[in-house]
Design a protein around this ligand. Structure first.
Ligand code: GDP
Ligand code: MG
Length: 370
């Protein structure tokens, strides 16, 4: 029986067929794009590109969680940071997200439509910052539990008139567990009784010592309601992001995570996606969780139609056959056939998982079906 071809493997691992052919040539084998590969050759190519070529993998995870994609250094370029705001209830997360969005989108722009898609991007001194507009540690934890690490920087909001509360502690724990840089925004400094110094003391006890006290956590005093200190907060984010040296490869097929999914009466399944690597294009065949289809319509955070979206860009897409859930992974493919195949396999695997049947299938089995 015939194994996977050079072209098919190249697509699965997000490489050009020419690259795969080159690797095999270096290994002493001449092949063409339509040549069938032996298991050994598949493994060698996977190794070459930093994939863990596991013999037994769960089909539902093919091209998603199980396989780490290593991009060519030369293809990597800087990408905007993705920021999540967390903190205790009523400390001002929503107010802060709303203030940043409104103050950055010119009035009347895009017909005054400020679409709410669960994420948005702003520009600060020519640099972009992506905000996940889904505050709360529950969403954050749920996504992390699904293996989706979307956030590059966490802002912990603490109300200056209230101080560290249970959810503040939880938020700090989650951010520390995720290993991402933390910026503390001491909010409501406009209020009577606001005491930023006291907050710094309480936060230091959680391990977030302010820079000015010899620690390494940046603090910003803000009023989300009055718009005080927001510029400084945004500038701080760009500095923290620069230090983090965030990179992505816009040349590969897009992959990323679902921020929100919903069913729209007229448009069908609608998903807000965060492109984490690669470039997503209108018309791309795509698998999202266990749903699949083609990107029919792609809207940016301002409701404007986009032809393509690079790393760290939030988009809203239609064209899927089912509604995905937050934290689901997505991946674009070259051919609809491949997207359909992977989508259907993932669907089958999920159904079996739900029934408690082991869905483990060998990589060979999958490759032989393609
Ligand atoms: P969330 O639960 O963290 O999303 O908190 P909200 O953004 O809903 O804010 C809770 C309340 O605090 C609302 O009534 C806000 O108007 C108010 N609030 C938020 N930020 C500030 C601020 O900087 N100053 C003052 N005085 N009130 C604020
Ligand atoms: Mg809120």
């Amino acid at each position: 029986e015939d194994g996977i071809t050079v072209g098919e493997l190249a697509e699965m691992i997000g490489q050009t067929p020419a690259n795969v052919i080159k690797v095999l040539f270096m290994l002493g084998t001449m092949v063409t794009i339509n040549s069938s590969l032996t298991d050994e050759q598949v493994e060698l190519i996977c190794l070459e590109y930093g994939y863990e070529a596991k013999k037994k993998v769960v089909v539902s995870e093919i091209n998603f969680e199980d396989i780490e994609i290593v991009d060519d250094e030369a293809d990597l370029v800087g990408r905007p940071p993705v920021v999540t705001i967390m903190g205790h209830v009523d400390h001002g997360k929503t107010t802060l997200l709303d203030y940043i969005r409104k103050s950055r989108v010119a009035e009347g722009e895009f017909g005054g439509i400020t679409q709410h898609i669960g994420a948005y991007q702003v520009e600060v001194g020519g640099k972009k910052i992506t905000f996940l507009d889904t505050p709360g540690h529950e969403a954050f934890t749920a996504m992390r539990a699904r293996g989706a690490q979307l956030t590059d920087i966490v802002i912990i909001v603490v109300a200056a008139d209230d101080g560290v509360m249970p959810q503040t502690k939880e938020a700090v724990d989650h951010a520390l567990a995720a290993g991402v840089p933390i910026v503390v925004a001491i909010n409501k400094i406009d209020k009577e009784g606001a005491d930023p110094e006291r907050i710094k003391g309480e936060m230091s006890e959680l391990g977030l010592m302010p820079e000015e006290w010899g620690g390494d956590t940046v603090y910003c005093n803000i009023s989300a309601k009055k718009g005080i200190g927001i510029e400084e907060l945004l500038e701080t984010l760009t500095v923290v992001a620069e230090l983090a040296d965030l990179k992505a490869n816009p040349k590969r097929y897009a992959y990323g995570s679902v921020v929100e999914g919903r069913l729209d009466k007229g448009r069908g399944p609608v998903a807000t996606l965060l492109v984490q690597n690669g470039t997503l294009r209108a018309g791309d065949p795509i698998v999202v969780g266990t749903a699949f289809g083609r990107v029919r319509q792609m809207l940016g955070d301002h409701g404007k139609e986009l032809k393509e979206a690079g790393p760290s860009t939030p988009v809203e897409i239609t064209g899927l056959n089912d509604v995905p859930v937050a934290g689901d992974k997505f991946m674009a493919f070259e051919t609809e056939k491949m997207a359909r195949h992977v989508g259907e396999e993932r669907q089958k695997a999920k159904q079996e998982q739900d029934r408690g049947v082991s869905s483990a299938m060998s990589l060979d089995d999958l490759f032989n079906q393609i």
